[in-house]
Design a protein around this ligand. Sequence first.
Ligand SMILES: N[C@@H](CCC[C@H](N)C(=O)O)C(=O)O
Length: 271
Amino acid sequence: MRVSFTKMHGLGNDFVILDNRNGGLPELTNAVAAALANRTTGIGCDQLILLENDESGDSDFRMRIFNADGSEVEACGNASRAVALLHGESARVATDGGLIALEPAEGGARVDMGTPRFEWQDIPLAYAMDTLSMPVAWGPLENPAAVNVGNPHVIFFTDDTDVVELDVLGPEIEHDPLFPDRINVNVATIEDRTNIRLRVWERGVGLTRACGTGACATAIAAMRRGLVERNVTVALPGGPLQIEWTKDNRILMTGPATLSFVGTFEWSDFA
Ligand SMILES: N[C@@H](CCC[C@H](N)C(=O)O)C(=O)O
């Protein structure tokens, strides 16, 4: 079967998007997702995004997210903006991390990512601790915060994020038994009350140019610690995102998205 896909990215975090809202595609297994995401033998991307009908009728459609390693996960901020651009109009979208609201904007989108969660069981962590100030360390990275913004994040604040060996510490922390579902690892530097610099080791992928949910989680953790205002710019290697934590406890993320190209592939080559 010949299948169409759209290649998009948000600040260099790239996606292969399959639109199955009209049905007809075979079941997308974790193995097929990993094969398509492979940059040597597949199409290549950080995340594979599958759009489906929401049978419950609670949303306009459903967005499923697969990391490059094939694992299916709950949320993806950058892909949400890409899907908003592709869809072209406002939409309420069901994800495994909860309902999100897309609002296309010039060259990108504003996304209501929902409400953050802070209970240790909700991250999830393996055992109880204060998620705003965790008494744990990995090498020079210590005393992180953890936030679930649909997916799980741990956030370390350091004087200079650029000197952290995230390619070494990232995989170690991602796979630590403290995190039963593994974790996305964020290393951030507070520049001033409205600016944060951020690098992310993504669960199931590795270092990426940008992570939208990482920007949301990091901004919320910094706001909870009183380090920044409730509306900040988060600068990632791929560019900036604007993150606001509203008085009614919603996370609003605004930033660009880009359509790279449209192509086709033969499903049986990857199944
Ligand atoms: N790139 C994403 C996050 C994708 C999912 C993440 N790797 C996870 O495993 O939770 C983003 O822009 O948020």
